[in-house]
Design a protein around this ligand. Structure first.
Ligand SMILES: Nc1ncnc2c1ncn2[C@@H]1O[C@H](COP(=O)(O)OP(=O)(O)OP(=O)(O)O)[C@@H](O)[C@H]1O
Ligand SMILES: [Mg+2]
Length: 426
């Protein structure tokens, strides 16, 4: 009788056996890491969107559940998290309810006011990020547009239709899913009107007027791909944008003065951010924004009326930025540590280093957006050299490396015997 050939184990078992053998021979520090098994570096986004069509939308998500999810990724902005979670969940709950009613009764889905939302706050504090996270969690497509584009052309219709088309692409040509998407329009404050005293007001009131209808929803014609006998063809279909949620965001620089004047205080502090007269920070003043301030800032009442929910994002402090570096599920420090781990190196940052990264980002006035670039700059040289420095087991980054943008290298630590870290890696 012929002997059965030994069964070949799977990749993981093979690596484990190989690892065990090498460890026995050369010591416990030897590990076999294959590129397939090694963790891959990730973009800051959490789980990539997986759309399950209209059936995949979480219509009945509870605000609390959504807020818990947001808390895993976003530092501070508690009020905005609560407002967005509540209002967006309500929007989708209501669609579900009306869909059911429409299915079982004869009632038409009419007469609704959409909960379009306005986000106010400085750059890089999480406005777009929050909306994107929510869209991902709910399983709805999300696109972001820029209102500055509208003010350049003075023509909104085409641009917004482009965004609707983009939603269809995001939804992989699933029209019904795209009809439930979220469109985020950034820099909405750039279409403020400065009044008509100095000639025609192309970028302001006119643009706001044309946005009105779109915010409420209308029909749009969009191209979709259709498979046919002659291969892929383009076809146009009509799409209902009634259920698309519009969220507008902007920094509204200077609106705190308008609010301050209304509150009867003549001066709201910049610079240190604190007013000498009334001790109100810019953030505290902003939080008191009302419809009339937005109108005075340069928005027509009808436009403000279409954005019934306003929430203010706060400026991030140095402490907040340090937390953002380390706490979120996909925090930058964790991402870099993963990268170094692939090289078999333990990466640490001193508290001073983290503070220094946060301070630098504050100086750049880019909120949390600046953090990644600062870390990349400081660690580029190290990442270049590490693969050759195979005795390094640990890399400790302090503020000198950050301040010098990587010119002063971090501290490299080898193990007790100065042995090389990888023999059988890769
Ligand atoms: N509060 C926060 N918590 C965690 N990460 C944050 C926070 N704010 C910003 N970030 C990080 O900074 C990046 C940029 O933030 P985001 O795009 O939300 O800025 P924004 O507020 O929309 O600014 P802008 O007005 O310039 O569009 C995000 O992708 C995220 O990684
Ligand atoms: Mg943004």
């Amino acid at each position: 009788m012929q002997e059965e050939p030994p069964k070949i184990p799977d990749q993981e078992t093979l690596e484990k056996e190989l690892s065990d053998y090498l460890s026995k021979k050369y010591g416990y520090r030897i590990k076999v890491v294959s590129p397939i098994m090694a963790p891959q570096p990730k973009e800051p986004q959490p789980t990539p969107p997986e759309y399950g069509g209209i059936e995949g939308i979480r219509f009945d998500m509870k605000p609390e559940e959504l807020e818990d999810y947001l808390n895993q990724y976003v530092v501070r902005q508690d009020e905005s998290k609560a407002v967005l979670a509540t209002k967006i969940c309500t929007h989708y709950n209501r669609i579900k309810y009306l869909r059911r009613r429409a299915r079982f009764g004869s009632e038409q889905m009419v007469g609704r006011i959409k909960n379009n939302i306005l986000l106010i706050g400085p750059t890089g504090v999480g406005k777009t990020y929050l909306v994107k996270l929510i869209a991902q969690k709910l399983g709805v497509p999300f696109v972001k547009g820029d209102a500055t584009k509208f003010s350049e052309t003075g023509y909104v219709g085409g641009d917004v239709e482009d965004l609707v088309r983009e939603l269809v692409i995001q939804a992989d040509d699933d029209i019904e899913l795209a009809e439930h998407g979220i469109i985020y329009i950034d820099e909405i404050d750039k279409i403020r009107s400065y009044g008509r005293s100095s000639g025609p007001d192309v970028g302001g009131e006119g643009v706001q007027q044309s946005l009105l209808k779109i915010l409420e929803g209308k029909k749009a014609t969009v191209p979709v791909k259709q498979g046919g006998a002659k291969g892929w063809q383009q076809e146009f279909v009509e799409m209902d944008t009634t259920n698309i949620l519009f969220i507008c965001g902007g920094s509204f620089a200077g609106i705190e003065e308008i609010i301050g004047r209304r509150l009867g205080k003549s001066e709201i502090g910049f610079g240190a951010g604190v007013s000498s007269k009334n001790n109100m920070t810019v953030g505290e003043t902003l939080a008191m924004v009302q419809t009339e301030d937005l109108i005075r800032f340069g928005f027509i009442p009808e436009f403000v009326g279409r954005l019934p929910i306003v929430t203010v994002f706060s400026e991030l402090t140095e402490d907040d930025l340090v937390r953002i570096l380390t706490e979120p599920k996909d925090a930058l420090v964790k991402q870099f540590q993963k990268l170094f781990e692939m090289e078999g190196v333990n990466l640490c940052f001193t508290t001073g280093a983290l503070r220094s990264v946060a301070r630098k980002s504050l100086e750049r006035k880019s909120g949390a957006r600046g953090l990644r670039a600062i870390l990349e700059d400081a660690l580029l040289d190290v990442q270049f050299e590490l693969p050759s420095k195979i005795w390094v087991r640990e890399c400790v980054v302090d503020e000198n490396t950050i301040e010098s943008e990587g010119s002063i290298p971090p501290e490299f630590i080898s193990d007790l015997y100065g042995e090389e870290r990888r023999i059988a890696a890769y």
